[in-house]
Write a protein that binds this ligand. Structure first.
Ligand SMILES: Cc1cc2nc3c(=O)[nH]c(=O)nc-3n(C[C@H](O)[C@H](O)[C@H](O)COP(=O)(O)O)c2cc1C
Length: 366
């Protein structure tokens, strides 16, 4: 076993939350909730497998936060009322029973919504049609509609939705912490991104101002949940624009990671398609390395192709504290146990996500 494999299997203290090792399951939407957004027994079994298999931390799929514009897909779970919150309870308890910890990822889809049972239109910072096409494996088809530009009231409702969702996640559902989805092109990333945020008010303008909504959400969530771990997921690439780069390179990274750190996040979850690659063409440091440089006090979770041991080594050297696995965890829900036993890993089979990315075969394998 390499030094970093040994390190990955050691425990980690995230501001008082003790994780048995440094392996996390990355958030993965599985469009398998009930029509009304309730987590189901099938989802409970699906998530329980990861804790049984030894993962120290499980981060849920993106959960919608309000009854306005946040829902992204049909059959996405929500946490907008007590019934939805309590539907997660068995799941969090079962993960705890296997000595795992579990964070709720709270998400607002903004312009990338492709199915929202509360409304027939989407809302975003500006009325700009998103690039790309809706994702078929989440029941989408064709172009994204042009969203409505959010009013001050819509923005206030979105912030309050994140805060209320976080409070329910911790107090009613039993989650150990909350990850705010600020990545991958969804609402908070739409505010951060220059071409999707054309606002002339306090939420638009330079990088610092475009980050303002994320900072406001962090503050509201922190006020709602108190001292439990709160963090943000950040990326450059988006589900509808894989190669997007921050226009001002490392200077943007300094502003973004520095401000998130100042806002008091416990953790930053940095994801890139291949997280070991340099973040910018003129810079040899990865985005993980830049997050560590400008937010040295936050726990750093790295994600993106890190199931390969050399890549995980590199991420740890660049400053990552935890490694999050997506597709490799789907293929190996017992990845940590296999690693500890020096057993081989199963390759990811993309057919389990087609044609719809729901939970297939879980009744048999869970
Ligand atoms: C089916 C599927 C669903 C995903 N859903 C989410 C999600 O809900 N929230 C999120 O932040 N990322 C989501 N992702 C991205 C993953 O968290 C992760 O960043 C990506 O799979 C790259 O990591 P990997 O190389 O370890 O698979 C999803 C990925 C997959 C494959």
């Amino acid at each position: 076993m390499t030094d970093s494999e040994v390190k990955i299997l050691t425990s980690y203290d995230m501001n008082g939350l003790l994780l048995r090792n440094r392996l996390a399951v990355a958030p993965m939407t599985r469009v398998s909730a009930s029509v009304t957004g309730l987590a189901t027994p099938r989802m409970t079994s699906y998530y329980e497998r990861f804790a049984k298999g030894g993962f120290g931390l499980v981060i849920t799929e993106g959960i919608y936060t309000d009854q306005k514009f946040s829902q992204g897909y049909p059959f996405q779970p929500g946490i907008v009322d007590q019934e939805q919150a309590l539907a997660w309870r068995d799941l969090t308890q079962r993960i705890h029973a296997h000595q795992g910890a579990v964070f709720a990822q709270i998400m607002h889809a903004g312009a990338l919504s492709q199915g929202n049972r509360f409304t027939d239109h989407s809302a975003a910072p500006s009325a700009v049609r998103p690039k790309g096409e809706q994702m078929r494996f989440y029941y989408g088809e064709g172009q994204y509609p042009v969203p409505r530009a959010m009013s001050d009231e819509d923005i206030a409702d979105a912030v309050s939705g994140f805060a209320q969702a976080a409070k329910r996640a911790v107090e009613e559902a039993g989650f150990d912490g909350v990850e705010i989805h600020g990545a991958n092109g969804y609402l908070l990333d739409q505010f951060l991104t220059d071409h999707t945020n054309q606002r002339a008010d306090r939420w638009g303008g330079n990088t610092q101002r475009r980050l303002g909504l994320t900072l406001e959400v962090i503050k509201a969530v922190r006020d709602a949940v108190g001292a439990v771990p709160v963090g943000v997921r950040i990326s450059q690439g988006k589900v509808n624009d894989f190669t997007h780069k921050w226009a001002n390179g490392e200077r943007d990274a300094e502003i973004i990671f520095g401000s998130l750190s100042d806002a008091g996040v416990d953790f930053l979850h940095v994801t890139e398609f291949e997280a070991w690659r340099p973040a910018f063409a003129n810079n040899s440091t990865s985005l993980v390395g830049l997050a560590h440089r400008y937010a040295p006090d936050a726990t750093l979770i790295a994600n993106g192709g890190l199931q390969i041991s050399e890549h995980a080594d590199f991420a740890l050297e660049e400053g990552a504290d935890l490694i999050a696995l997506g597709k490799a965890a789907l293929a190996n829900p017992d990845f940590p146990k296999r690693l500890a036993a020096s057993e081989s890993f199963t390759d990811f089979d993309a057919s389990i996500l087609g044609p719809i990315a729901d939970i297939k075969g879980c009744e048999l394998n869970c």
